[in-house]
Design a protein around this ligand. Structure first.
Ligand code: CP
Ligand code: NVA
Length: 308
């Protein structure tokens, strides 16, 4: 029984095992209706709580469908509807939920909420996004890259835009899966220095390049995300847009990457802000494969957590 809290806290061997398992599970049910059960039912008799303190489409639906395909049951809980949103402590909530369910997935604001939930839970806890990281997304992205282009080790990934929670988990993955990552964006929105150091300490190149054209030259994968995340104040929107406009991923920028470079975005997107529709719907884009692969990657993550 292990929690999946972050990519940098999980061993490279275990991460690789999850990606390979996800791919095998995806292939095993290819062509079946979405609601068809998997042949094996590793979550039979298991109950999974999915807690959301922020909005979600992909995370909510992919976890729910994934649990059901594996024979388990889910309950989707909104943080504001729980006593958690009305003063009950995270520790007490965690201890109570652990008496009812076998696994907890939580999407929350502060990382401390996730960590406290995991500390007091007697069942595994999965990070479904915090202000600081989004590990499940990047597991799906690694699966997606490798399905299209083979091993990601040694490749050059470029993150263009805000050095946010999704960027952080990409930096963790760079270290754990062995690829280089160049961040391009304004200095005020750099990723946390500690995450760059984490990747470098693992022996990969993790660089900051302010010039987006220089950054994407030789890139195998270009990734971006919304310019204003769910935890960012609405008042920061205009300033962020002004700072980030030079880092929009458009066809002119994509043209400087390798000819077979892929484009990723975790979604939801603000089309024609961080990336143009031409790129999002163009030949390099794998955004909907990423969304689908949330399902397969998270099924593997849940099995790893439960050891089933
Ligand atoms: N990418 C992602 O996590 O999407 P949702 O916010 O819809 O869950
Ligand atoms: N960076 C975005 C990701 C959404 C899936 C946010 O935190 O809002």
């Amino acid at each position: 029984m292990t929690s999946f809290l972050d990519i940098h806290k999980t061993s490279p061997e275990d991460l690789r095992g999850m990606i390979d398992a996800a791919r095998a599970m995806k292939e095993a049910r290819a062509g079946r209706p979405r609601g068809a059960l998997d042949d094996d039912q590793p979550l039979a008799g298991r109950m999974v709580a999915l807690i959301f303190e922020k909005p979600s489409t992909r995370t909510r639906v992919s976890f729910d469908v994934g649990v059901r395909q594996m024979g388990g049951q889910t309950m989707v809980l909104s943080g504001s509807d729980m006593q958690l949103g009305h003063g009950e402590t995270i520790a007490d909530t965690s201890r109570v939920l652990s008496r009812y369910v076998d696994l907890i997935m939580i999407r929350t604001f502060e990382e401390e909420t996730l960590l406290e939930m995991a500390e007091y839970a007697t069942v595994p806890v999965i990070n479904g996004l915090t202000n600081r990281t989004h590990p499940c997304q990047i597991m799906a992205d690694i699966l997606t890259y490798e399905e299209h282009r083979g091993p990601i080790a040694g490749k050059k990934v470029v993150w263009s835009g805000d050095g946010n929670n999704v960027c952080a988990s990409f930096l963790h993955a760079a270290g754990q899966f062995g690829f280089d990552l160049t961040f391009t964006g304004p200095p005020t929105l750099d990723p946390e220095p500690g995450w760059i150091e984490f990747a470098r300490a693992k022996g990969v190149k993790a660089e900051i390049e302010r010039d987006p054209v220089k950054a994407v030259t030789g890139a195998d994968l270009i990734v971006t995300d919304t310019w204003v995340s769910m935890h960012d104040p609405e008042s920061a929107k205009e300033r962020r847009h002004n700072q980030l406009r030079p880092y929009q991923v458009n066809e002119a920028l994509m043209a400087h990457a390798n000819p077979d470079a892929l484009f990723m975005h975790c979604l939801p997107a603000h089309r024609n802000d961080e990336a143009t529709s031409e790129v999002m719907d163009g030949p390099h884009s794998v955004i909907f494969d990423e969304a689908e692969n949330r399902l397969h990657a998270q099924k593997a993550i849940m099995r790893w957590c439960l050891g089933v």
